[in-house]
Design a protein around this ligand. Structure first.
Ligand code: HEC
Ligand code: HEC
Length: 486
């Protein structure tokens, strides 16, 4: 293996060439990872499965996988990425592994392009195409290729998995109307179309799952992830029995050792050049504890909240010169916009209605008010927020729409996903979701829990519109350039 693309400390632009000359090898390994599971699902004898062959190998640390704006790589503090780990094994009854929905070469989630490639290769029979939660409803016809293409349309178009959750007992609300284009959802099981969250960079987690349903009060993140792995095996992979404790530990050990980030940007080139601190190796060194840089003071140091959350591109400030230097300066400007651009936070349930914020209708903040974890960007405490992604006004016709009624006040609200409220039963939690880790974004479009933003420009446009932020075209381009390098 050429040392250049294994060594994230290489910085000069001359050393980009090995990347290019090895792009075939990268391509072959990417294909093998994608299609390993595909062949495994077919009738080829097991010893010929590329998946099984691959599992004898390890993926070296910092192996680059291409994405829309360059290359991303994963670093494991265990020294390599063990493709034989339980994470890649079929532990249930429907052929799926964790990697069915958390593909290393797709940012440890799935991309619509990757899902479509698997569909094409297997005529829609890869284990990700299962009706328990892969299709738009469990009842749809999947007997022909055409039927499968239509039944799995949410997965194929936006990489969405159908998470089924019912209205909890003792909820403060009831479901009074369902408009489900797939004629399945009911109070017993609402269909919630969600993006798989990346199973990497987990060291920064304060909340497991978009709605925090795998975060248990008083428990450690270790416990939460073990519970999550077992639930995923029983739910997604339809296992009949719980995982063995040794299997759970092995999965946790595997996934929590990983950091993933962009390493190379087509315009700004190496993301650790000239003192910059991009890439997964630097990310692995980043400290985290629950409540770090919290809005109400750091839980450990008691220092006040610092809106400067990202500092990895500080040394790129005001670079001038050739196109690469200019691209680096743009990334640094984008970082400053993320840290400091003023945003008037209004109508966000979880902030504007919370006593801790003194119930003000307007909170002057920044992107980092909600994305407060240093150089990671998730919320450092459990703080699900409703920024309006599942509002009826943003519903697209491929999404179900639910009408909920408050049992006490009779008030009604429409949403495509009640989020946290389906776990807590609380009216005020409707539409609240966690702020996810913002690293390795370039690998994992589309964004938000329901994949409603096709690219990072659309994410920025959403914030511009939702919070009436006045961005110049230049500021938007800089912010997108920065987000692409994370
Ligand atoms: C069928 C697809 C699928 C399979 C298989 C699957 N997951 Fe997931 N995973 C998801 C989805 C979808 C979410 C987000 C769901 C939500 O938030 O409601 C998720 C979330 C997660 C998260 C939470 C990350 C975070 O930021 O909160 C972890 C960790 C995870 N999965 C690990 C695993 C492991 C370990 C396995 C195997 C035991 C597994 N997954 C199998 C689809 C899948
Ligand atoms: C009021 C709190 C808040 C502010 C301010 C905020 N965000 Fe977010 N952000 C969130 C929440 C909550 C989510 C998850 C929403 C969902 O999926 O329903 C999110 C999601 C995202 C995502 C998608 C991540 C993914 O994995 O899909 C990106 C990117 C993002 N925010 C960038 C930004 C940028 C850039 C800004 C500033 C212009 C910003 N955010 C300001 C709360 C906030």
């Amino acid at each position: 293996m050429n040392r250049y693309f294994l060594d994230t400390n290489t910085t000069s632009s001359i050393q980009i060439r090995p990347y290019k000359s090895y792009s075939y090898l990268i391509g072959i390994i990417t294909l093998a990872l994608s299609y390993g599971s595909v062949i495994a699902a077919s009738d080829v004898p097991p010893f010929l499965h590329p998946g099984n062959l691959l599992q004898r190998f390890n993926l070296p640390n910092n192996f680059p996988f291409p994405n829309s704006s360059g290359y991303a790589a994963t670093y494991s503090k265990n020294g390599f990425i063990d493709l034989g780990n339980e994470f890649f094994q079929n532990l249930g009854t429907n052929g799926r592994s964790c990697a069915s929905c958390h593909q290393p070469q797709e940012g440890w989630t799935i991309t619509p392009a990757g899902v479509r490639a698997r569909f094409k290769l297997t005529a829609g029979k890869d284990p990700i195409f299962r009706t328990n939660d892969g299709s738009n409803s469990p009842d749809l016809d999947v007997s022909s290729v055409a039927a499968r293409r239509s039944a799995y349309s949410m997965l194929l178009s936006k990489g969405l998995i159908r998470v089924g959750i019912g209205i909890p007992e003792n909820a403060e609300f009831e479901l009074i109307a369902v408009d489900d284009p797939y004629n399945f959802a009911s109070a017993k099981e609402l269909s919630l179309f969600r993006r798989p969250l990346p199973s990497t960079n987990l060291k920064f987690l304060s909340t497991v799952m978009f709605d925090g349903r795998e975060t248990f009060p008083g428990q450690t993140i270790h416990f939460d992830l073990g519970h999550q792995a077992n639930d995923a095996t029983i739910g997604h992979a339809m296992a009949a029995e719980d995982l063995l404790p040794t299997q759970v530990e092995s999965i946790i050990n595997f996934e929590t050792a990983l950091t993933t980030a962009q390493v190379f940007d087509r315009r700004a080139r190496w993301l650790n050049a000239s003192g910059a601190k991009g890439g997964p190796v630097n990310l692995a060194k980043q400290n985290f504890y629950i409540g770090i840089n919290d809005n109400f003071g750091d839980s450990l140091t008691h220092l006040p909240f610092d809106k400067v959350v990202f500092n990895i591109y500080d040394t790129w400030n005001e670079l001038t010169g050739n196109a690469v230097m200019q691209a680096r300066a743009a990334v640094a400007r984008g970082q400053a916009i993320f840290n400091t651009k003023s945003i008037s936070i209004e109508d966000v349930s979880g902030i504007n209605d919370e006593a801790a914020f003194g119930n003000p209708t307007k909170v002057m903040g920044t992107c980092t008010t909600c994305h407060d974890t240093p150089n990671s960007g998730n919320h450092s405490v459990v703080a699900p927020l409703n920024i309006g992604i599942s509002d009826a006004s943003r519903r697209t016709l491929d999404m179900p729409l639910y009408t909920l009624m408050n049992k006490t006040t009779g008030e009604t609200v429409q949403t495509t996903d009640p989020g946290r409220a389906l776990i807590s039963g609380k009216w005020k939690h409707i539409g609240r979701f966690k702020g996810p880790i913002l690293r390795n974004l370039a690998s994992r479009a589309p964004y938000f829990h329901n994949g409603s933003a096709p690219d990072l420009k659309a994410v920025v446009n959403f914030y511009q519109q939702r919070f009436s932020v006045i961005f110049t075209q230049q500021e938007k381009a800089d912010l997108v350039a920065f987000l692409n390098t994370l």
